[in-house]
Structures are given as structure tokens and as C-alpha cells.
Design a protein around this ligand. Structure first.
Ligand code: ADP
Ligand code: TYD
Length: 202
């Protein structure tokens, strides 16, 4: 039996990682087998690409290079982990997927949604998400949370205008799509988790 593919999307610091950890605990307590993956990364090759993409030293990286590196890391993740786990009937929960590229590279970098979608299509194949939770928070709030948590990576160090484009981009890409559930991310962690869990009925 085919498994399920769930993705959490939202700006940096919106609480995706926090919610995924809680969701995994819940699903496993219900006897479900889960696989958690993160983007970019999640495979040996993907983690190597992640180090290049996020390293603040690489200030010269072109927007097109950035788009291709994200797509390459994703292709390897689908090939090594996501595809096989779905075929084995597991619930795959991914911290970001192709919608992040549509928003960050397609809109915030200005490469265009169609271009980014076409570049990613061969790597994704038929493994499109069944459910996308969009955790919506103001960009300033997300970056403030990240600054408290760790040193900012190359993407997080972009200007506030860039992060503003990301927020607008998310609303553009994820509005009016039947697979997307928008969640207000400014509420307490437990309340958000409760809302997410309501969408899993076994
Ligand atoms: P993301 O994976 O989306 O970047 P994280 O889950 O790493 O976000 O959360 C970023 C920071 O914000 C962490 O320090 C986390 O504890 C905190 N955080 C997460 N969710 C909330 C929330 N609902 N309210 C306040 N702080 C939160
Ligand atoms: P990460 O630390 O995983 O993000 P988070 O802050 O959500 O924990 O870093 C990933 C960064 O890469 C984040 O700033 C968003 C960006 N990104 C893209 O620009 N395009 C993509 O396709 C993906 C998956 C991420």
C-alpha cells in the first residue's frame, strides 16, 4: 500500500522543525512508521550540497546555481529516501520540499515559478506531497526566533526585503491549493500541534 507524503512549509523560524518532532511522536504512538527528512539534505550527497548552499562564505553564488543545487539535493532525496519509503507504506514528513524552491528561488530570487517547477520535475517524478502544512508567520518574527537560536546561515542572512518577498511568495504559491492547509504560526506550540494532528484520522 502506498504511504503518505506530508510536507511542512513556512519561512525560516516558523516552527517547522518543532512541529515535525511532535507530529512524529504522535504518529508513532498511533503505530505508524514515519520517515523524517529535511531539505536541503537528508542524504549523503544532499548533506554535502547543503554545506555548499548554506555556507555564508559563498557570497558569489549565482541565483541559477542556487536553484540547481536545491533541485539536485532534492532529486537525490526522492531517489534514496522519499520514493522508497512511500512505496513501503510509510508516512514521510519533510521539512520543506519543492514549494520552498518555488518561493525562495522562483519568487524571492525572481527566477520564475515555471522555470523552477520545470527544473525540479524530473527529480520529483510522481512523488508530489499529499498534504502541505503552511505555517504562516510574519518574516520579522521568524528571523528574530532564528537569531536567538543560532548563527544565521547564508539564506537567513539575506536582507529583510528578501524575507518579505518570501512571505509574500508563500501566500502566492500556497493559496487556493487543495493540498495546502494554512496554519497561524503565532500561537503557542501545543495549540499549533493540536490543529495539525486533527488532519490525521486513522
Ligand atoms: P523552523 O524549522 O521553521 O526554522 P524551528 O522549529 O527551528 O523553526 O523554530 C525556531 C525557534 O522558534 C526555536 O527556538 C523554537 O523553539 C521557537 N518556536 C517554534 N515554534 C514556536 C511558537 N509557536 N512560538 C514561539 N516560539 C516558537
Ligand atoms: P534550514 O536551516 O533547513 O531552514 P529552516 O530555517 O527552515 O530550519 O535552511 C534552509 C534554507 O534554505 C532556508 O533559508 C530556506 C532555503 N531554501 C531555499 O531557498 N530553497 C529550497 O528549495 C529549500 C528547500 C530551502
Amino acid at each position: 500500500m502506498r504511504g503518505m507524503f506530508v510536507v511542512l512549509e513556512g519561512p525560516d523560524g516558523s516552527g517547522k522543525t518543532t512541529q515535525i518532532t511532535l507530529l512524529k511522536e504522535y504518529l508513532e504512538s498511533m503505530g505508524k512508521e514515519c520517515l523524517i527528512t529535511r531539505e536541503p539534505g537528508g542524504t549523503r550527497i544532499g548533506e554535502a550540497i547543503r554545506r555548499i548552499i548554506l555556507d555564508p562564505e559563498y557570497t558569489e553564488m549565482s541565483d541559477v546555481t542556487e536553484m540547481l543545487l536545491y533541485a539536485a539535493a532534492r532529486a537525490q532525496l526522492v531517489h534514496d529516501k522519499i520514493g522508497p519509503a512511500i512505496e513501503e507504506g510509510k508516512i514521510v514528513i519533510s521539512d520543506r520540499f519543492v514549494d520552498s524552491s518555488l518561493v525562495y528561488q522562483g519568487i524571492a530570487r525572481g527566477l520564475g515559478i515555471d522555470t523552477v517547477d520545470r527544473i525540479n520535475a524530473p527529480g520529483i517524478g510522481r512523488y508530489r506531497p499529499d498534504l502541505v502544512f503552511f505555517i504562516d508567520i510574519p518574516e520579522e518574527e521568524g528571523i528574530a526566533r532564528k537569531m536567538q537560536q543560532k548563527k544565521l546561515d547564508r539564506l537567513e542572512q539575506q536582507s529583510i526585503d528578501f524575507h518579505h518577498m518570501v512571505s509574500m511568495g508563500y501566500r502566492q504559491v500556497l493559496t487556493d491549493r487543495p493540498d495546502v492547509i494554512r496554519i497561524d504560526g503565532c500561537r503557542p506550540i501545543g495549540e499549533i500541534q493540536e490543529e495539525i494532528r486533527k488532519h490525521f484520522t486513522f
